[in-house]
Write a protein that binds this ligand. Structure first.
Ligand code: HEC
Length: 199
């Protein structure tokens, strides 16, 4: 009796440690699928591939709207394109890159600041009482209307700045009005250009 029972338990444990062969195939298939999935969708595990502006889910109140906030998206455009010269502080570099914090160019006419971004600015200017004489290249072929509106909305509202938002439609209107232009603006030319937005 005891012989018999020990035999049986041996047999049982032997069987339990074996997986049926079809399961090995299932695991192999899962591994291949998992690897392929990672290659296709991991984006090299880089955070850069995550685009918040495309997120449509989230809490009903505030959530989705918060990530679509042009100020938040504009801050991102600023960090990627402008901060190396104008600095994260918006204070620029004295004698070289003018400040955006407190700048009359930033806080003044919407049409003017859009013109500066689209076509660039060259020659002597005075910002916050200090002279600059540099050259900022145009952004019209680098940033679209939406991104320009976002970055302008951002620089008009950070660092103590408090000016109205700029919409993509405003940028599009100025882009259309100045379509024939190729030269960068000088301060003199800007003064002569209309301060109000084109209809
Ligand atoms: C390579 C350096 C550089 C980068 C990058 C740059 N700028 Fe400028 N920016 C300048 C310089 C230099 C001037 C002044 C030009 C002059 O002296 O006539 C200027 C002038 C300006 C002005 C008008 C003057 C003022 O201080 O208000 C604004 C507004 C401005 N830049 C915004 C931006 C924004 C927004 C970005 C990013 C999309 C940007 N700049 C990226 C160098 C740069």
């Amino acid at each position: 009796m005891s012989d018999h029972s020990s035999n049986q338990s041996n047999e049982n444990s032997h069987q339990e440690s074996m997986l049926p062969q079809w399961m090995y195939w299932v695991f192999a298939a899962l591994l291949i699928w998992g690897g392929a999935y990672l290659m296709r969708y991991s984006g090299g595990f880089s955070g850069e591939v995550y685009d918040e502006s495309t997120v449509t889910y989230g809490p009903v109140k505030g959530g989705a709207a918060a990530v679509e906030d042009p100020k938040v998206l504009g801050a991102r455009v600023y960090k990627a394109n402008c901060a190396q010269c104008h600095q994260l502080t918006g204070l620029g570099v004295e004698g070289q890159y003018p400040p955006l914090a407190g700048s009359e160019f930033v806080l003044g006419s919407e049409a003017h600041v859009i013109r500066i971004l689209l076509h660039g600015l060259v020659g002597p200017i005075t910002v916050n009482g200090k002279p600059y004489n540099g050259n900022m290249a145009p952004w019209k072929d680098v940033l679209d209307d939406k991104k320009i509106s976002q970055v302008l909305t951002y620089i008009r509202s950070d660092w103590g700045n408090n000016a109205s938002a700029i919409t993509p439609e405003m940028v599009a209107a100025v882009r259309k009005e100045e379509a024939a232009r190729s030269a960068s603006w000088t301060e003199k030319e800007l003064e002569a250009a209309p301060k109000v937005l084109p209809k």
